[in-house]
Design a protein around this ligand. Structure first.
Ligand code: ADE
Length: 224
């Protein structure tokens, strides 16, 4: 899998993709994550990639040409399954979308900035628009980093215990059951007896019931 991230501020994401689990996945050859500075595709002598909006409203708009040139250059080298645009008005990102994208081949993620991108890019080049929540960030870089993290950790081999990705919160549209580790009694704070019983079937049943109870209490919307 390959993820190409296009941004006017690639430095914002550089440290993140070079660290920890994402770094490990790249070293293992499970994914290649490449950052591209959109300004490198500007023909402007000041490397500008934005301009005033037609119609006179406030703010700046990212222009078609640098984005088209960058995406075309990438498509000349690789095949892509999705060209994603990060935007607060996109479809809300969730675990289903992360699962779906982790099964794809190659992805381009275009980080929005300023007021957004020229609508013609959305109409002709973008295949999917994704928001990471109902709030407005200063740019799409954090959204691209969030999505990349959630996608890459699902690629088999990225995290050491694959079971642990399968028992994540949201994996079955439910929150996860509470978890405990040693000691069994810390300052009188006790681990539930069932977890010490050694009866695996009963433990799984308890975890399931706990997961349902927590989901009903904290995120009833997931059960609908
Ligand atoms: N860019 C600005 N805000 C965003 C959001 N909430 N999700 C994705 N991209 C964004």
């Amino acid at each position: 899998m390959r993820i190409d991230i296009i941004s006017v501020l690639p430095e914002m994401i550089e440290g993140f993709v070079g660290e920890s689990i994402l770094a490990r996945a790249q070293k293992k050859g499970l994914v290649e994550i490449k950052l591209h500075n959109l300004r490198d595709y500007s023909r402007d002598k000041w490397r500008r990639v934005d301009d005033y909006p037609y119609g006179g409203s406030a703010g700046m708009v990212m222009q078609c040409e640098p984005i088209d040139r960058c995406i075309s250059a990438l498509k000349a080298e690789h095949d892509y399954d999705e060209v994603i645009y990060t935007s607060p008005d996109g479809e809300p990102f969730n675990q289903h979308i992360a699962n779906d994208l982790s099964l794809k081949g190659n992805l381009i993620i275009l980080c929005g900035h300023y007021k957004g991108i020229d609508q013609r890019v959305r109409d002709h080049l973008i295949t999917r628009e994704i928001s990471i929540g109902d709030y407005v960030l200063t740019g799409g870089e954090l959204a691209a980093a969030v999505m990349t993290d959630a996608i890459v950790r699902l690629i088999p081999g990225t995290i050491s215990d694959e079971q642990s990705a399968l028992s994540d919160c949201f994996q079955d549209d439910m929150l996860a059951a509470p978890i405990y580790t040693r000691p069994a009694d810390y300052k009188g704070w006790k681990v539930p007896d069932i977890l010490l019983s050694g009866n695996e079937a009963k433990v799984r049943q308890w975890e399931f019931e706990q997961a349902i109870e927590r989901t009903k209490r904290l995120r009833p919307d997931l059960l609908k």
